[in-house]
Design a protein. Structure first.
Length: 243
């Protein structure tokens, strides 16, 4: 469906409820092994199990030798193909959830609430807000949702390029930072003092700041390399979509 053919639906309270659920679901706030983990995208997405391919004798007896779904020692195009297969469940699950949320008006609510914020910051519509939130936890989900928005005409080519740069900078920032980078803030010196003097909050703020900087630098690049004519065409499409 092209942007010019979209019919703007009235945003109801159900759309705001769906949007709130989507923010919680894709943000990682509920990521846990506790019961409330069922409201988190990554938790429900799960992981592949281990594949046993032999046994070995240990001091404690005989135990199975396992490896991951992708195996061990792969290389080249074949290993890349197996890696791509591991992305399919994440992408399918993310798109399925988004289609359900879209049915209940979550994207319309996001467009109305977030456009006044995202337009000045990056020049993208508020309907991309859910993809933005999802990209902070999963690069695969963020990319799939962005592609869907582009195919539905909710994002122009220029907006897609800028939004992609935002996601590319520090991809899956929240998950990657708190799963690996945050450990640096626990390191101590010989005298017991912290080796890193800054706070975790400051580090997260810096990452977010430069994600927006990267997106806007790319906007400047597009303004220089693409003529005013292309820009005016996309602005016309945005105005036509908003009618």
């Amino acid at each position: 469906m092209s942007g010019s053919n979209q019919i703007e639906r009235k945003v109801t309270w159900g759309g705001y409820v769906a949007l709130a659920f989507a923010v919680v679901f894709f943000s990682g706030l509920m990521q846990s092994s506790e019961w409330y983990g069922v409201f988190d995208f990554t938790t429900l997405n799960g992981s592949f199990g281990k594949v046993a391919h032999g046994v070995q004798e240990t001091a404690e007896g005989v135990e199975a030798v396992t490896t991951s779904f992708r195996g061990k020692g792969g290389s080249g195009a074949r290993d890349g193909f197996i890696f791509a297969l591991t992305l399919i469940p994440t992408v399918m699950f993310a798109l399925g959830v988004i289609n359900v949320l879209e049915h209940y008006g979550a994207l319309d609510a996001a467009r109305k609430l977030l456009s006044p914020l995202l337009r000045p910051l990056m020049g993208i519509p508020g309907s991309s807000g859910l993809a933005l939130i999802a990209s902070l936890q999963s690069t695969d989900a963020g990319a799939a949702m962005t592609r869907q928005l582009k195919d539905e005409g909710r994002l122009t080519k220029r907006e897609t390029d800028v939004f992609t740069m935002f996601q590319f900078t520090a991809g899956a920032a929240i998950v990657n930072f708190f799963s690996s980078g945050a450990v640096l803030f626990t390191l101590t010196l010989a005298d017991g003092s912290l080796a890193v003097s800054s706070s975790i909050g400051l580090a997260v703020a810096v990452m977010f700041f430069f994600k927006f900087v990267g997106a806007n630098l790319f906007r400047v690049y597009l303004n220089i390399t693409e003529g005013k004519e292309d820009k005016n065409e996309e602005q016309g499409l945005q105005q036509e979509t908003a009618k």
